[in-house]
Ligand binder design. Structure first.
Ligand code: NAD
Ligand code: ZN
Length: 255
């Protein structure tokens, strides 16, 4: 780490030690070191000729439900053995000792994987959860687990409609309750930390903006810093490297 980086890390530790309410937004980048590709990474293998944006889309499901369903089943089979990395673990450690530090930490994620939960965190999912399903016609939750190996469409038990993953697709509204939790956390925090998100996907990207408007300091953890003019402290490193260090320093300063 260069000396500038040490200064930036110290600045981040300083503002965090003086904050009570912290809002953290994570995106696909936090799971990259666990081996789950981000949307910016080109797809490989079977799906290399498709763009994720064209599949995670409600129009595509209407046009070709088999294609979209089998892509999600493939993603599930790719994700099922993935485990949290030191970034997820550091956030879980921090959440666990937040009470002791006199802090509240709201963890909001755009990710659909369950790596925050596997690490022991509680996270608010803005874009749904990869392992859940519901009926595309009557909306009923499909409770039974579906094996990722099943590539054929699954019929709804009450109406026979096509079961779909409970993911928020491009062109769909965010679920109301998680969005309200996120907005409140962003408006009421003193420090907002954006981790591994390209900050391009609205409305989630607006959270940093409303935190900033309400006087929060914005910290970004991303090896490719985003150019949105909102960030006060840049930590341009992989999340799995910098977060354990950051969280370790917080506890040192408080104990
Ligand atoms: P994105 O793919 O647009 O951007 C990922 C960002 O992570 C990039 O800015 C990249 O520079 C950064 N990054 C890469 N490696 C990193 C690392 N080791 N540490 C920190 N940052 C790193 O992702 P997005 O902004 O989350 O938006 C895309 C949408 O795709 C989201 O809505 C999300 O639901 C969905 N998605 C989810 C997953 C998942 O659940 N794991 C995976 C892919 C896409
Ligand atoms: Zn149904």
């Amino acid at each position: 780490m260069t000396s500038n980086a040490h200064i930036d890390l110290s600045k981040a530790v300083y503002v965090l030690n003086n904050a009570q309410h912290i809002c953290i937004l994570t995106g696909a980048g936090i799971s990259a070191e666990s081996g789950i590709p981000t949307f910016r990474d080109k797809q490989t293998g079977l799906w290399e000729n498709f763009r994720a944006e064209d599949l995670a889309n409600c129009d595509s499901f209407v046009r070709d439900p088999e294609l979209v369903w089998s892509w999600y089943q493939w993603r599930r089979s790719e994700v099922k053995d993935k485990r949290p990395n030191p970034a997820h673990e550091a956030l879980a450690t921090w959440q666990a000792k937040a009470g002791q530090l006199g802090q509240t930490i709201s963890l909001i994620t755009q990710n659909v994987d369950d790596l925050h939960e596997q690490a022991g965190s509680q996270a608010t999912h803005l874009h749904g959860e990869l392992w859940q399903n519901h009926c595309s016609e009557c909306g009923q939750t499909y409770e039974e687990a579906i094996d990722p190996a099943v590539t054929a469409l699954v019929p709804c038990k009450s109406c026979g409609g096509k079961v779909r993953p409970s993911i928020v697709w491009f062109g769909e509204m965010l679920p109301q309750e998680p969005w309200q939790i996120a907005q409140q956390a962003a408006e009421n925090c003193e420090v907002f930390i954006s981790i591994g998100t390209s900050s391009m996907v609205y409305p989630a990207a607006g959270l940093a903006q409303s935190a900033k408007q309400n006087g929060a300091t914005v910290i970004e953890i991303n090896p490719h810093p985003t150019d949105n003019g909102l960030v006060d402290i840049q930590l341009p490193y992989p999340a799995g490297e910098i977060l354990p260090e950051l969280v370790a320093q917080l506890s040192q300063a408080k104990n």
